[in-house]
Design a protein around this ligand. Structure first.
Ligand code: FMN
Length: 304
C-alpha cells in the first residue's frame, strides 16, 4: 500500500481516501460494511459546544446529479462525542479529523481546545460556512479577514494541525484561501453550494429552510476549478471534495493539486464507495505506469 500513502500535517494516511464530514456520521453504520481501518482517515460529523437538533424537516431533496441538504449541524455536542463516539472509533487504526463548528469565535475555540486533545484526533477541520449570528450576520466563510482571525484563534489553542474548510459561495476563492493560509496547516475544499428546489405539485420550496447546500456529481466541475486555482496560490496541502463518486474523480482532484480527497454524498448511494475506490486505485496506477499516486499531483498546471 506504500504507493498510496500520503503524509500531510498531523496525518499519516494509508491512502488518500477519506469519508467527508456529515456523510459518514461517526462511522458506526459503515463499520457494518467494511473495516474502517482501511480508510486514509475519517472526517467525523461536525461538533458544536452544545448538542443541536438541526433545522426543521424536510431538510434533504434530490436534484439532477446531486442533493440539497439543510441538516443544520445536528450533532450530540462535543462532550458526548468525546465520551462516546471517539472512544468507539479507537478500535480502528485510522486517524480522525474532527469537524468543528460554532456561531461565534469563542464556540470554535472551546470545541477545538477540547476535541483536539482526544488521542485519536490527529487534525481539526474548521467548518467556517455557518453564519455568525452574533452580530450583523457575518459569514466566517465569506469574509477573508474574519476567516483568517478565526483560524488564528483556533490554531492558538489546538493540540493538532488545523485544516480550514472553504465555502464555494464566494466571488474569489483564491482571496479566501490565501488569507487563511497564513494561519492554517491545510485547507479542505469545497463545502456545499447554496441552492434550492421546488415541489412540482405545490410550486413551493421542498426544503423547510427554503435553501440548502448542493453536493454530489453536479458540483464536481466547480470544486475541481477551485482546487486548481487555490493549489497554485498556496503552499499548504489541500484535501479536496465535491462530487467524487469514482476513481477517475480522485485522479482528477490530485491532478488539480490536491494531496488527498474526501467523499461525501456518494456514501449515501453506495456505502462501499470509499472501500471500492481504495481497491481500484492500485489498478489505475498499474494501468497508467504511475509509481506513487502523488506523482500526478498538480500535473494539470505543472509545465503548462
Ligand atoms: C447530508 C450532508 C451533511 C453534511 N454535513 C457537514 C458537516 O457537518 N460539516 C461539514 O463541514 N460539511 C458537511 N457537509 C459537506 C460535505 O462534507 C462535503 O463538503 C460536500 O457534501 C461536498 O462533497 P460531496 O459532493 O462528495 O458530498 C455535509 C454534506 C451533506 C450532503
Amino acid at each position: 500500500m506504500s504507493r498510496l500513502n500520503i503524509n500531510i500535517p498531523g496525518l499519516s494516511l494509508k491512502n488518500p481516501i477519506i469519508p467527508a464530514s456529515g456523510c459518514f456520521a461517526f462511522g458506526q453504520e459503515y463499520s457494518q460494511y467494511y473495516n474502517l481501518s482501511k480508510l486514509g482517515a475519517i472526517m467525523i460529523k461536525a461538533a458544536t459546544d452544545q448538542s443541536r437538533f438541526g433545522n426543521p424537516t424536510p431538510r434533504v431533496a434530490e436534484t439532477p446529479s446531486g442533493m440539497l441538504n439543510a441538516i443544520g449541524l445536528q450533532n450530540p455536542g462535543v462532550d458526548h462525542i468525546l465520551e462516546h463516539e471517539l472512544p468507539w472509533l479507537e478500535q480502528y487504526d485510522v486517524p480522525i479529523i474532527a469537524n468543528v463548528a460554532g456561531t461565534m469565535v469563542e464556540d470554535y475555540v472551546e470545541v477545538a481546545q477540547k476535541i483536539s486533545k482526544a488521542p485519536n484526533v490527529h487534525a481539526l477541520e474548521l467548518n467556517i460556512s455557518c453564519p455568525n449570528v452574533k452580530e450583523g450576520g457575518i459569514q466566517f466563510g465569506t469574509d477573508p479577514t474574519v476567516a483568517s482571525e478565526l483560524t488564528k484563534a483556533v490554531k492558538a489553542v489546538s493540540s493538532v494541525p488545523v485544516y480550514v474548510k472553504l465555502s464555494p459561495n464566494v466571488t474569489d476563492i483564491v482571496e479566501m484561501a490565501t488569507a487563511i493560509a497564513d494561519h492554517a496547516d491545510g485547507l479542505t475544499m469545497i463545502n456545499t453550494l447554496v441552492g434550492m428546489e421546488l415541489d412540482r405539485k405545490t410550486g413551493k420550496p421542498i426544503i423547510a429552510n427554503i435553501t440548502g447546500g448542493l453536493s454530489g456529481p453536479a458540483i464536481k466541475p466547480v470544486a475541481l476549478r477551485m482546487v486548481y486555482q487555490v493549489a497554485q496560490a498556496v503552499n499548504i496541502p489541500i484535501i479536496a471534495m465535491g462530487g467524487i463518486h469514482r476513481t477517475q474523480d480522485v485522479i482528477d482532484f490530485i491532478s488539480a493539486g490536491a494531496s488527498a480527497v474526501a467523499i461525501g454524498t456518494a456514501n449515501f448511494q453506495n456505502p462501499m464507495i470509499c472501500s471500492d475506490i481504495i481497491d481500484e486505485l492500485p489498478n489505475y496506477l498499474d494501468e497508467h505506469g504511475i509509481d506513487h499516486i502523488l506523482d500526478i499531483k498538480g500535473r494539470a498546471f505543472k509545465n503548462r
